[in-house]
Write a protein that binds this ligand. Structure first.
Ligand SMILES: [Zn+2]
Length: 345
């Protein structure tokens, strides 16, 4: 079978690898029908040292179950399924409390021995805990939107939930990538009244307005913060969702949050040090939360609105390709020519 491998920064190849097989009774093998390239895949695409790979790539997928191990009971051959970006057993203490990213048996697709999703097939550990059966055909027009439950929409939703967004909330979303835009959609779905989107790429911020943003601020840094404050009576918003992951975006979040408010981070942080002291968070009673999104815990909750068409998170996909176009897809996303690339192996 064919799979996507990253050998180093800028070096993505699709090569033949051993076929996915059942190795434990709790496994399933899934033939992948839809996968995608994630904004977080762009960090290694920019920085991975040559010689440290190759790494199997891709952590979002929908596919058809080909085979199941003897202990698997919740899915069967022929089922169309979606998987979250982290696999999990569904039974441990963390899974039961919905923090599937901390599953004691869990892991991330493409890391260590685990197979990646930008491929023709994948071995799924803990199939019962990980996979969710979809009530649609593999060629349904809903597939792009359902695929966002794997990561980007679930992550945007997690940001809004951790930020405490409820009916009437005022929210700033920093970042016009797929996660930022879907955080706008998630905040709107949870009832946010005012949503300020910070982004400078107009095609993307236009989609953000369609998803529910009430204002767009294209300026960054202190100037961007000033504009958010002007839109909010000088005080900032009670929730700030940070969906970029840079230190600059964190500083913007601190600047845009209202005293007593919450900063919820879902951009993978590319920094270890940032202000948390007296002037930044402490005196102002600002709460800092967010983190890796346990999207498995949200799939059942978010799926009905996707199935009935009342929300269309799949609009973040603006390019579609087969496996042969994956390397080019990375380049297009890195050059910001594409927002998010759908891969149909
Ligand atoms: Zn678990």
């Amino acid at each position: 079978m064919r799979a996507t491998l990253m050998y180093g920064a800028g070096d993505v190849r699709v090569e033949n690898v051993p076929d996915s097989v059942i190795t434990l009774p709790t496994d399933a093998v899934v033939r992948i029908t839809a996968a995608c390239i994630c904004g977080s895949d762009l960090w290694p695409f920019a920085e991975m040292p040559a010689g440290s790979g190759p790494a199997r790539m891709g952590h979002e997928f929908i596919g058809v179950v080909e085979e199941t191990g003897s202990a698997v009971t919740s899915v069967a051959k022929g089922d169309v399924v979606v998987a979250p970006w982290v696999f999990s057993d569904g039974t441990c203490e963390y899974c039961q409390e919905g923090l599937t990213t901390s599953c004691v048996h869990g892991g991330i697709w493409g890391y260590g021995p685990h197979e990646g999703a930008q491929a023709e097939a994948i071995r799924v550990p803990y199939a019962d805990g990980t996979l969710v059966k979809l009530p649609v055909a593999a060629d349904s027009a809903l597939i792009p939107s359902l695929l966002t439950l794997s990561d980007v929409f679930g992550t945007g939703h997690h940001a809004a939930v951790r930020g405490g967004v409820t009916a009437g909330s005022s929210v700033t979303v920093i970042g016009d990538g797929a996660v930022g835009l879907l955080a706008v959609l998630a905040a709107k779905r949870l009832g946010a009244e005012q949503i300020v989107l910070m982004g400078r790429h107009q095609a993307r911020t236009d989609l953000g307005r369609e998803f529910g943003a009430s204002a767009v601020v294209s300026a960054r840094g202190p100037e961007g913060v000033e504009q958010v404050r002007e839109l909010t009576g000088g005080q900032g918003t009670s929730v700030v969702i940070e969906a970029v992951g840079t230190r600059g975006a964190y500083d913007q979040a601190v600047g845009a949050v209202r005293n007593g408010g919450t900063i919820s981070r879902v951009g993978v942080p590319q920094y270890e040090e940032a202000p948390v002291g007296l002037g930044s968070l402490f005196f102002r009673n600002v709460r800092l939360t967010g983190g890796a999104a346990p999207t498995r815990a949200y799939i059942e909750e978010l799926m009905p609105a996707v199935l009935d068409g009342s929300i269309e998170p799949g609009k973040v996909f603006d390019v579609s390709t087969d496996l042969d176009g994956v390397a080019d897809g990375y380049r297009q996303m890195a050059d910001r020519k594409s927002l998010k690339v759908l891969v149909r192996p």
